[in-house]
Design a protein around this ligand. Structure first.
Ligand SMILES: O=C(O)CCC(=O)C(=O)O
Ligand SMILES: [Fe+2]
Length: 494
């Protein structure tokens, strides 16, 4: 090829690239646009664009879309799991409020409700207790995590009780060969990003192209579009109702991105999800919800490193990530304090939310604990797997602050960025329950002082060290309509 020909070809290739980039920019949805803004490393995002519900009321309420509602009692009076604040009077300083937003009907935001010690207690439970069997984590797909839990192993090494020379402190792989493995690709794919709900990714790099981002996102919980335990309303409510072609495509891309896999889970056909017939979930007879195959490629790591690979833990009804449906026949006992805590929130918003739901009807049946390292993100999705969409979804944040994007029923609405901080509660009720949302950014250097190392509590050190690079989100859902909650579903639908 002559020099001239080569130059012509290079120019043509360059033009093609530009055209492709232009096309991609044109097809970006407003939600995606917002995600990209907050994913950007260089330049860093403009965090001042985010709505901060902890601003002084006189500033916050200048935005006339924001409404403030006084709670009847302090949250600590609904349950002492929020911690007992010294000032329990109803003086102006101690009043607690919930906030609503005109653009997001059904959103209830209750800022700063936990005392520091109540936060520390819950964080400890999220890392040490709730992550134990029978609750499942993303690590269980690939590793033989001991029943005593990974955190206990980490603690033994951290406190010097056991040495890293001790072979038994290393959690072993489930698979010894990749013969039947899903072969998700790199080790990182397996553990870092390919698990959780769906749109959860490991490292977000501004230079990654959009498709790559999509494919890597939230492999576990449910693709870019849906979240993990949630799932997909169209699938659940009406198997023929593909409510969103784009989502469908993304899902398929998601499966393709794990194309090396030989297992059934890798096929788009797992989208044969649970249809509702006469309000009752009905699982097709031939549908199996197998676990994804373990990979022999995952790294063997010291427990202190492996805990940082833990991306999610599911509580109550266990979730089948590949199909984004619950295992309606697999439920682990729900931690009782989390039942109390979530019920207390539902009680506190009684009369606040324009979409009422009685606290007596609320049953905590499924939960997800999301563990984010600083560079993790959770891409836009809707939580759709629950059969009961009327019950509030209660979400607690701990550790580093994040940007939470709250959009509308489609990606075509530009989302509102919200600064979610440690100790805040976000409740999705009514239409907000079906809104796109995601966490494109964990914000560095935002760990509150009271969650850092403490002279008065050396036992906290191991948690402080973990939180120095992490955020924890705990969210709780009701799966079944109230009348069903205490009943057992007939075996025919399991
Ligand atoms: O981390 C968060 O605040 C949101 C998590 C979430 O949306 C989910 O788990 O479905
Ligand atoms: Fe979600």
């Amino acid at each position: 090829m002559s020099n001239r020909q080569r130059k012509i070809m290079e120019r043509q290739a360059e033009r093609n690239r530009e055209m492709a980039a232009l096309k991609q920019a044109q097809t970006r949805t407003p939600f995606r646009e917002a995600e990209l803004q907050f994913l950007s490393r260089h330049p860093p995002p403009d965090y001042s664009k985010a709505l901060n519900f902890r601003q002084p009321a006189e500033i916050l309420l200048q935005d006339n879309k924001i409404k403030r509602v006084l709670l009847k009692k302090q949250m600590g009076q609904y349950s002492n799991l929020f911690g007992v604040k010294e000032d329990q009077s109803m003086d102006a300083d101690s009043l607690e409020y919930a906030y609503l937003h005109d653009d997001h009907p059904g959103l209830i935001y209750i800022p700063n409700v936990f005392t520091p010690s109540a936060q520390r207690k819950l964080i400890k439970s999220c890392l040490k207790e709730y992550s134990r069997h029978p609750n499942k984590s993303n690590l269980d797909t690939h590793y033989l995590v001991p029943n005593s839990g990974l955190w206990d192993l980490h603690e033994d090494v951290y406190t010097g009780k056991r040495s890293l020379n001790d072979h038994y402190v290393y959690v072993q792989r489930k698979a010894t060969t990749d013969e039947h493995a899903s072969g998700y690709g790199s080790e990182d794919d397996n553990v870092d990003s390919a698990d959780n709900n769906g749109s959860r990714a490991g490292v977000a790099d501004q230079n990654e192209n959009e498709n790559k981002n999509r494919n890597r996102d939230r492999n576990g919980q449910g693709s870019e579009c849906e979240d993990p335990q949630s799932g997909n309303k169209s699938n659940i409510n009406n198997i023929n109702n593909s409510n969103d072609q784009v989502e469908k495509l993304n899902d398929i891309q998601h499966f393709k991105s794990r194309g090396k896999t030989k297992s059934k889970q890798s096929q788009p056909s797992v989208r044969t999800l649970v249809p509702i017939i006469d309000g009752t979930p009905s699982v097709p007879e031939d549908m199996t919800k197998d676990d994804p195959e373990p990979s022999a490629q995952v790294p063997i790591l010291p427990p202190g490193q492996l805990v940082r690979k833990m991306r999610w833990v599911t509580l109550g009804y266990q979730y089948h990530w590949p199909s984004k449906t619950y295992h309606f026949d697999q439920s682990a006992p729900f931690p009782s304090e989390l039942c109390t805590l979530s019920k207390a929130v539902v009680e506190a918003i009684d009369g606040v939310s324009p979409y009422p739901y009685s606290a007596t009807d609320f049953v905590a049946e499924a939960g997800v604990i999301n563990y984010y390292q600083l560079k993790d993100r959770l891409m836009g999705h809707v939580d759709r797997s629950e059969l009961n969409k009327d019950a509030p979804l209660v979400s607690f944040s701990f550790g580093h602050s994040c940007i939470y994007l709250l959009g509308g029923p489609t990606r075509e609405r530009f989302p509102t960025p919200i600064l979610l901080q440690s100790g805040d509660i976000l409740v999705m009720t009514g239409p907000c329950r079906s809104a796109f949302h995601g966490v494109p950014r964990i914000i560095e250097n935002t760990l509150p002082q009271y969650l850092q190392s403490r002279i008065d509590d050396p036992d906290w050190d191991i948690y402080a060290e973990y939180l120095a690079e992490a955020r924890i989100n705990l969210n709780i859902r009701q799966v079944y309509p109230p009348k069903r909650s205490e009943e057992t579903f007939p075996p025919s639908i399991l």
